[in-house]
Write a protein that binds this ligand. Structure first.
Ligand SMILES: Nc1nc2c(ncn2[C@@H]2O[C@H](COP(=O)(O)OP(=O)(O)OP(=O)(O)O)[C@@H](O)[C@H]2O)c(=O)[nH]1
Length: 423
């Protein structure tokens, strides 16, 4: 290779090296400028912690003199990352970057505690699953027996036993069995569908479908309706009163609750909580105070404030049965000094069977019961108690409790009830 060729090669190499050096310097400078510009010019439409979203200044402790001096860093202004790199950021955020303090955020005005309430219409249909224990023990076996075709005496005995076990009571059972026997003999039942239709009509008839089950809970003569809720300890009076308040509020009514159960300390708290959930006022007295006085004050307050309905929860336990009954009589008399008691609702626990009936008799002797609320039907296979209690007292079951949920109180409808039992 000649000397001139060697010189030429050296010159070319030198030019390439110089060009590479110049390009590298330019690229480095451009990158730096680009970073600075991103910081100085807000990205249109991009997330900016200090714009669009209203934030108050950081909590005082983050801005005190003792706070560490923030380290200069492209992401130092970002408050949402607590020093951790975000997408597109340089990952080398120093560990000693200033940590974000507490940020005071303007909250909307305190949320209303008043709850959404399920519509009351069609509740029995919606809650029919809650009657599954009774359905399995009663409806299913009854249909199985009757749908099997010609029934001999043993089969009829089984039908009778099924009804008795479901707590329909001897009198109602005898009546239903004899009606079924004559109807089946007269018309002949060949299929399960026919058996179902026949049983349905006989059971619905036995539930007195024409009884007036309306709740007298609307104001009249310029005064609120007054409802007394009575029953023994633990049957679900307070819960029912609370659920009933929801039913009324859902219907657009205004309600006041009277906590006349002064015997059990927590009862008034429990009732007040129910009231708050639907925006209803609760009148209460001192623990161990005079229930009649609380009832009187409740009705007075209800009239003064112009509510549609006053619901009064009473005690279920006293030292003696006589004491309880005397007190109940007094509560009612005292209310009647200023308003009519429109309903006395007797709450019975469906799971207590015959015991519940005995209670019902005692209460009915003391105060004129106008309606029955049968609670805890969800927890029993003995839904047949509905038949018996109505027959015993001659008073309609107006409401049924089908669970501990706030809206698990349904109007009692014979047709829907029997349908739920028969599946
Ligand atoms: N599963 C079920 N539980 C219910 C029903 N109604 C009420 N309960 C529960 O029965 C328990 C007693 O209810 P309360 O309302 O405190 O009874 P109470 O009659 O007011 O009791 P005292 O104030 O002691 O007289 C509570 O745990 C209720 O959640 C219902 O329909 N189904």
């Amino acid at each position: 290779m000649s000397t001139s060729s060697l010189v030429l090669i050296l010159v070319v190499v030198a030019v390439v090296l110089i060009a590479a050096l110049v390009t590298g310097v330019v690229l480095t400078r451009r990158r730096r400028i680009s970073l600075t510009q991103k910081e100085e010019t807000p990205r249109p439409g991009g997330y900016q912690a200090s714009s669009g979203i209203s934030l108050t200044p950081a909590a005082p402790e983050a801005t005190t003199a003792e706070a560490p001096v923030p380290v200069e860093h492209p992401v130092a202004e970002r408050t949402e990352v607590d020093g951790q790199p975000g997408v597109g950021d340089d990952a080398s955020v120093p560990r000693d970057s200033a940590k974000r303090g507490f940020v005071e955020v303007d909250l909307p005005e305190e949320a209303s505690e008043v709850e959404e309430i399920e519509p009351t219409a069609g509740r029995l249909e919606r809650l029919r699953g809650k009657l599954s224990k009774s359905r399995n023990a009663f409806g299913t076996s009854l249909l199985g027996l009757l749908g099997a075709g010609d029934l001999d005496e043993d089969s009829w005995q089984d039908v009778e036993d099924t009804l008795l076990i479901a707590d329909l009571g001897a009198a109602t059972t005898t009546e239903i069995v004899s009606t079924l026997r004559s109807k089946i003999a007269g018309s002949g039942v060949r299929t399960e569908a026919e058996a179902q239709a026949l049983v349905r009509s006989v059971l619905v008839d036995a539930l007195g479908p024409t009884m007036d089950r309306s709740l007298k809970a609307l104001p009249h003569a310029g005064k609120p309706a007054v409802l007394l809720v009575v029953g023994v300890n633990g049957v679900g009076k307070t819960t029912t009163t609370g659920k009933l308040a929801r039913v009324l509020v859902a219907d657009g009514r205004t309600v006041l609750l009277g906590a006349a159960d002064t015997f059990r300390a927590a009862a008034a708290d429990q009732l007040e909580t129910w009231g708050k959930r639907v925006g209803a006022e609760t009148v209460r007295g001192p623990e161990g105070g005079d229930p009649a006085s609380v009832a009187f004050e409740s009705v007075k307050r209800g009239m003064d404030t112009g509510v549609d309905t006053v619901l009064i929860d009473t005690a279920g336990r006293l030292h003696t049965k006589k004491g309880l009954m005397d007190e109940l009589g007094k509560v009612k008399r005292v209310i009647e000094k200023q308003a009519v008691v429109d309903e006395v609702l007797l709450v019975l626990d469906a799971t207590t069977g015959q015991n519940g009936l005995t209670q019902a008799r005692v209460f009915a002797e003391q105060v004129a019961i106008t309606g029955i609320v049968l609670t805890k039907l969800d927890g029993t296979a003995k839904g047949g108690i509905v038949f018996q209690v109505q027959r015993e007292l001659g008073v309609p079951v107006k409401l049924v409790g089908l669970g501990e949920g706030a809206d698990h109180l349904a109007p009692f409808e014979p047709g829907a009830f029997v349908d739920a039992l028969l599946g």
